[in-house]
Design a protein around this ligand. Structure first.
Ligand SMILES: NC(=O)c1ccc[n+]([C@@H]2O[C@H](COP(=O)([O-])OP(=O)(O)OC[C@H]3O[C@@H](n4cnc5c(N)ncnc54)[C@H](O)[C@@H]3O)[C@@H](O)[C@H]2O)c1
Length: 460
């Protein structure tokens, strides 16, 4: 093995962020040795196999190009820390489920354990890079932990939040809108910042690598997610009004999105946003605001999450109402379980909420998804009721009373809906939670069609 690498980089946490970001650094910087460690041996084994633990288009190819050369996955966290010059921390920071701040604040236990382990194992100075999304001022806590042992070793903490979106992670990493690096403005802070800039400069144009003070960087990640989610909740709130007024939310979104001050991204009405980040990061922001006594600001951002919960709830209520106020013993096919297309991730997926609510109504569920069935089975392990998992959408819809499209997989736009209709119970219903199919065509086949934010197309 070539041990004459320019730098040794470690990433602690081999998840949706740690794995792809490090694979990209290794792919673009053959002069650096990149090691990714995790306490979960199954995850590490999968990173070392042909079946990576996460699905991302194009990811396997870049992992394969560097794995065993300058990209390594293993479970020896201690050795990884000792060997490295730069440590990215990319552990999970979920919402706290206990004690003060339960349901709102970030649970920092994994992150703090990592900080303590870095301190315990280090024998030389290191740059520590916060990759996880963290509350503003976390770097201060990290610095305090790292300097608590008086070891004489200097640790410089940087913030480098990750803006990739699941489903397009490789594309986003290869060609990011910007890379943000926050540092303290001391001599050593700026020096460490420049070392990180140098890594990204291997493939990201310098003008897209922006630097800031460390608190701005930490806060920017929470604010970016809050703004993105806010756009979804804004258009979803309007979708409700459209359904009452015979306006069409796609037409409204098109009309407002062409205003260059608004722009057309993230204006698609849907069954609601999901994913591991939006909800938790907004709640984290809300918690911070409350902590600083900013009640009005906290209430404002909390409403983004409230509208999202409302959107999921009203989707189920619409289904119930449309299907004659009873779903008991009716077979319903959920097309899609992932929180978005091109990922197998089901964290905070609206489909889970909807599945549970339909089961409460004693509906029978057939769940279909090209990549997320393994996770769906785990998510619904404790659920009571009649649930089956069928990957083939034609088989899944057979004998069903209704279909609900819950993930915008491209394949659902290309299905032969006539064939599906012929195999279903009548009257057949289609609830398009993503507005991705041609509603008029499907209505003409015979379906009763319920889009989001548009008039329903009914045969009665
Ligand atoms: N998923 C995304 O799209 C996304 C995007 C941007 C930022 N983020 C942020 O990045 C962070 C990581 O998110 P993720 O989706 O990759 O989470 P994840 O749960 O997929 O991965 C985290 C990994 O860290 C490991 N881990 C936890 N404690 C550890 C320890 N002490 N030592 C070694 N490994 C440890 C876990 O086993 C897990 O494999 C979060 O803060 C998240 O908010 C996520």
């Amino acid at each position: 093995m070539n041990e004459s690498f320019k730098k040794k980089i470690l990433c602690i946490g081999a998840g949706y962020v740690g794995g792809p970001t490090m694979a990209m650094i290794a792919h673009k910087c053959p002069q650096y040795k990149v090691t990714v460690v995790d306490i979960n041996p199954d995850r590490i084994n999968e990173w070392n196999s042909e079946n990576l633990p996460i699905y991302e288009p194009g990811l396997y190819e870049i992992v394969k190009s560097s794995r065993g050369k300058n990209l390594f996955f293993h479970t020896d966290v201690k050795k990884g820390i000792q060997e490295s010059d730069i440590i990215f921390v990319s552990v999970n920071t979920p919402t706290k489920t206990f004690g003060v701040g339960a349901g709102m604040a970030a649970d920092l236990q994994y992150w703090e354990k990592t900080a303590r382990q870095i301190l315990e194992c280090s024998q030389s100075p290191k740059i520590i890079v916060e990759k996880s999304t963290l509350p503003v001022k976390t770097a201060l806590a990290m610095e305090r932990i790292l300097s608590s042992a008086d070891s004489g070793i200097h640790f410089e903490v940087l913030s480098n939040p990750e803006f990739l979106a699941e489903g397009t992670a490789v594309k986003d990493l290869e060609n990011p809108d910007r890379v943000l690096i926050g540092s303290s403005l001391t001599e050593s802070g700026l020096k460490a910042r420049d070392e990180l800039v140098e890594i990204y400069e291997n493939w990201v144009p310098r003008k897209q690598i922006i630097t800031s003070n460390i608190w701005s960087s930490e806060l920017s990640k929470l604010v970016a997610n809050a703004f993105l989610a806010q756009r979804i909740s804004s258009i979803n709130a309007i979708s409700d009004l459209c359904e009452k007024t015979d306006a069409d939310v796609s037409e409204v979104a098109n009309a407002i999105g062409m205003d260059s001050r608004i722009g057309d991204r993230f204006l698609k009405a849907s069954v609601g946003f999901g994913g591991s980040c939006f909800k938790k990061d907004i709640l984290n922001l809300v918690y911070l605001c409350r902590n600083y006594g900013l009640t009005e600001v906290a209430d404002y951002w909390e409403s983004v999450v409230r509208i999202n919960e409302y959107q999921k709830k009203r989707f189920v209520l619409n289904m119930l109402k449309a299907m004659f106020n009873t779903l008991a013993d009716k077979k319903i096919c959920l097309l899609g379980f992932a929180f978005k297309a091109d990922t197998g991730d089901t964290r905070e997926t609206p489909a889970l909420y909807i599945a549970n609510k339909l089961l409460e109504e004693n509906a029978k569920l057939v769940i279909s998804d090209p990549k997320a069935l393994k996770n769906a089975k785990k998510d619904l392990k404790e659920a009571k009721g009649d649930i089956s998992y069928v990957e083939d959408p034609y088989q899944a819809a057979k004998g069903c009373h209704a279909i609900a499209i819950l993930t915008e997989w491209a394949l659902y736009t290309e299905l032969d809906y006539r064939k599906i209709y012929d195999s279903m119970e009548k009257p057949a219903f289609l609830f398009d939670g993503r507005n991705i199919v041609s509603h008029q065509e499907i209505y003409e086949i015979g379906f009763n069609v319920y889009p989001i934010g548009k008039p329903a197309l009914k045969h009665f």
